[in-house]
Design a binder for this molecule. Structure first.
Ligand SMILES: Nc1ncnc2c1ncn2[C@@H]1O[C@H](COP(=O)(O)OP(=O)(O)O)[C@@H](O)[C@H]1O
Ligand SMILES: CC(C)(COP(=O)(O)O)[C@@H](O)C(=O)NCCC(=O)O
Length: 250
């Protein structure tokens, strides 16, 4: 990558999630750099960018801390700090738009870019699991928020006296024969059954629905769900790029 000069084709995308930050550089329509870091401070995030890099546009979305210090550390670029009043390539019917997660806004923009004109259910498996529905007319309606995989393991450990803290692993059993297996079955099969169940209910209402799965924990579930899904791990990044382009081209 040309790192020393301003080049109009480079755009910077930053997603601050509750567990991980993701930083991407696009050259035209292509991702040329993608980095992730667990809860980085602004300087650690800046270290992931090439020296003297100046993109022609940049966007940041945070559902964690204040994005201000991150924008300042990364550089004095032409920033969009994604907020509830940022112009979007879809209409937002959420009844509390001010509190809607910025990552959910991006997920919906990304999904609509991939499948324009379709009814869409977006499932993001991160710290929380979010379900987001947008219809084929581009009207975002809302969805659901549920505890994520790691959050469930932590909750069982933190709110009981005897349950150990487990890490996720792939399992292929229903009946746990030990404490560890019982926790793994409850959490992993529980998320699978919950996700299948929610998908079935949406499919009943919207038979042409397309289902898109994303997020750091999608790999545990992408091959286990009953229905056909489109899996893409970094849909927030895709959506932020769409929102950035939409605003720069206006
Ligand atoms: N290198 C990693 N560091 C931390 N979590 C990871 C990593 N790889 C996968 N994960 C999983 O991804 C989840 C976080 O997913 P992500 O979509 O990044 O969430 P968020 O957007 O909430 O930060 C974690 O709960 C963890 O299970
Ligand atoms: C639901 C979330 C915590 C998901 O965050 P994530 O798991 O991606 O880090 C985030 O989108 C959020 O803080 N939402 C605010 C509430 C809402 O969307 O209505």
């Amino acid at each position: 990558m040309n790192s020393g000069l301003q080049d109009n084709s480079f755009r910077l995308i930053v997603d601050l999630g509750n567990t991980r930050a993701k930083l991407a550089v696009y050259e035209g329509g292509r991702v040329v750099l993608l980095e992730t870091a667990e809860n980085p401070d602004p300087e650690k995030l800046k270290a992931l960018l090439p020296e003297q890099f100046i993109p022609s546009g940049a966007i940041i979305s945070s559902v964690a801390g204040d994005p201000g210090p991150y924008m300042k550390a990364l550089g004095n670029f032409r920033w969009i700090n994604l907020d509830y009043d940022t112009p979007l390539p879809f209409t937002n019917h959420y009844l509390s738009p001010e509190t809607l997660g910025r990552d959910r806004i991006a997920l919906v923009a990304g999904a609509r870019h991939l499948f324009p004109g379709s009814d869409l259910l977006v499932i993001d498996m991160g710290t929380a699991i979010t379900f987001d529905f947008i219809n084929g007319q581009g009207e975002y309606k809302g969805g659901a928020i549920s505890p994520g995989l790691t959050t469930r393991f932590r909750a069982l450990h933190n709110f009981t006296k005897r349950l150990p803290l487990l890490n996720p692993v792939e399992i292929n059993y229903l009946t746990g024969r030990t404490t560890d297996e019982s926790i793994l079955s409850g959490v992993i099969n529980g998320i699978r059954a919950e996700t299948d169940g929610i998908i079935e209910e949406y499919l009943h209402l919207y038979p042409q629905l397309k289902i898109i799965l994303s997020g750091g924990d999608m790999f545990y579930f992408e091959k286990k769900l009953k229905n056909n899904i489109f899996a893409t791990p970094n849909l927030v990044i895709t959506g932020l790029k769409q929102i950035l382009d939409y605003n720069l081209e206006k």
